[in-house]
Design a protein around this ligand. Sequence first.
Ligand code: NI
Length: 198
Amino acid sequence: MTPRTARLLLVLGAFIAGLALFSAVIFIVTGRSPAPIAMQSAIGGPFRLVDHNNRPITDQDVKGKPQLVFFGFTHCPDVCPTALFEVSEILRALGPDGDRLGAMFVTVDPERDTPAKLKDYLSSFDPRLIGATGDADAIRAMERAYRVYAKKVPLDGGGYTMDHTAIVYLMDKEGRFVAPFNIKRRPEAAAADLRRYL
Ligand code: NI
C-alpha cells in the first residue's frame, strides 16, 4: 500500500474510532445503546462560513434542501478533485432536479483557500457546487461538528499538504445527518438514491 493509501486508511480509521468512542460515551452516560437519532444529531449543526462568492453562508441558508457536505482543499492532488468531479456528475445526472440539492465543499485549508481561490477552483466543476471557507476558528468548529479529521502535513520540498476525512455527508432538508453518501458508483444510481430525499 502506498503511503497515501495508508494515510487515507488512517483518516477513515480515526473517523470510525471517533464514532465508536462517541457511541461508547453515550452508552456509559445513558446506560443504553444510542438511538439512531442521537447519532444523527451528533453530526452537523449550526455553522457560519463564507462562500466562494465571499458572501456569508450559514446552516439557515442551506435549510430546505438536502445537502451533500464534504471536506477538502484546493491543493489536494487527487482525492478532492475526484470527489468534486463525482459530485458534479451526480448533479448532471439529476438534471434540473439537481437544483433542489445542495452540494457544499468545505475547505480544511482556510489559510490558502480564500473565497477567490475556491471560486477559481470550482469553475472546473458543476456551477451548483458551493465552496465554503472561513477563519481558522470557524473551520475548526465546522470540522468538530462533522467529526472531521484534518491535519497539516509538511512536504519534503517545503510547503504542506493536508490529511483529511474524505467522507461525503448526506444531510436532510432539516440539516440532520442521514448517512455517509457513496459517490463511488454510477452517477445515475447515486442520483436515483438522492431523489428520495429531494
Ligand atoms: Ni483531498
